[in-house]
Write a protein that binds this ligand. Structure first.
Ligand code: OGA
Ligand code: NI
Length: 335
């Protein structure tokens, strides 16, 4: 086994009182020190089934301007399907190490696909308490089933069904985000690739951690996607930065958590904000989450929409190919 999995580190530490220094975040990042303790507003929750479309559009636009994140309920994805998705993903992470390694991201691969663990340390020289599985789920031409677990046997069926429902939610969200800026209803969706928009599923696995006060599951970041649509399990951990404070996301069973990513911030010329977020970990229980990153095709040029520009509102971002944006972000180069 070439890559050290956090799940193995965690198992070896079950009764320990500390964690390897590689995982101990500097004080300015430690959740025990930096989580806001006062009364804080909740991330907005939006009911997608309300018949008054204008009020849904306004609520989504306001949340995207002020928070860059919101939860949606009554979104049309059946609760039992979400639950089957979660059971299938958990089944994979509960498999013996050798079985999971069959899906490992190939060494040197340029793609994110596969079972992985971030080993390159970040700017602080620190690691995060997370293993994950990444694979594309849409469009069909981009899918590589080599990275889809065959155990449990219903993994494929469940993920295909989830994706089918997800696509309807995504279309609705892009429509609302467009109308919220007084654009044609198809403007955003077309700008991010239309039918070629890619759906990349990640399953995050954050093993129990003896010192959740010192570690992070994922460090603070914005997603480089257009939107990210995430379902968590019932172990809390997602935090968002709002007005300079780290606030816990409330767990709402069966809600989808919609993150505005960098590409929507760019298209909207900064009217919608990409949210800074991170994940903490739990002492007793494994936290899991299932984000779907919606990404433009690599060659698609993304820049501020011309309809939103004027002499008073000049472009705040460069237009560039999504692959070039990704390269700069991943290598921490200026955009
Ligand atoms: C991510 C992420 C947060 C979570 O994987 O990009 O931000 O709640 N995950 O797991
Ligand atoms: Ni993220």
């Amino acid at each position: 086994m070439e890559v050290e999995r956090v799940q193995a580190v965690a198992s070896a530490l079950m009764t320990a009182e500390t964690i390897p220094t590689d995982f101990i975040r500097p004080e300015k990042e430690r959740p025990a020190i930096t989580t806001y303790q006062g009364p804080a507003p909740d991330i907005p929750t939006i009911d997608l089934s309300l018949p008054d479309r204008d009020s849904v559009v306004r609520a989504i636009a306001k949340a995207s301007e002020e928070w860059g994140i919101f939860q949606v309920v009554n979104h049309g994805i059946p609760a039992e399907l979400i639950s089957r998705l979660q059971v299938a993903g958990k089944h994979f992470f509960d498999l013996p190490a050798e079985e999971k390694e069959a899906y490992a991201k190939p060494p040197g691969s340029q793609s994110v696909e596969g079972y992985g663990t971030r080993v390159s340390k970040d700017v602080n020289g620190k690691r995060t308490w997370n293993d994950h599985l990444f694979h594309k789920v849409w469009p069909p031409s981009t899918i590589n089933y080599r990275f889809w677990p065959t155990n449990p046997p219903n993994y494929r069926e469940v993920n295909e069904e989830y994706t089918k429902h997800m696509r309807e939610v995504v279309d609705k969200l892009f429509l609302c985000l467009s109308l919220g800026l007084d654009l044609e209803e198809s403007a955003m969706r077309e700008a991010v690739g239309g039918e070629e928009l890619q759906y990349n599923l990640k399953i995050n696995y954050y093993p129990p951690c003896p010192r959740p006060d010192l570690a992070l599951g994922v460090a603070a970041h914005t997603d480089l996607s257009t939107l990210t649509i995430l379902v968590p399990n019932d172990v809390p951990g997602l935090q968002v930065l709002k007005d300079g404070r780290w606030i816990d996301a409330k767990y709402i069973p069966n809600a989808l958590i919609v993150h505005i990513g960098d590409q929507i911030e760019i298209l909207s010329n900064g009217l919608y904000k990409a949210v800074h977020h991170r994940s903490t970990v739990n002492k007793e229980r494994a936290r899991m989450s299932w984000p779907v990153f919606l990404e433009p095709p690599e060659e698609r040029v993304v820049g501020p929409l011309p309809q939103l520009l004027s002499p008073e509102s000049p472009p705040k971002y460069k237009a560039k190919k999504f692959k070039d944006y990704m390269y700069c972000k991943l290598n921490k180069l200026p955009q």
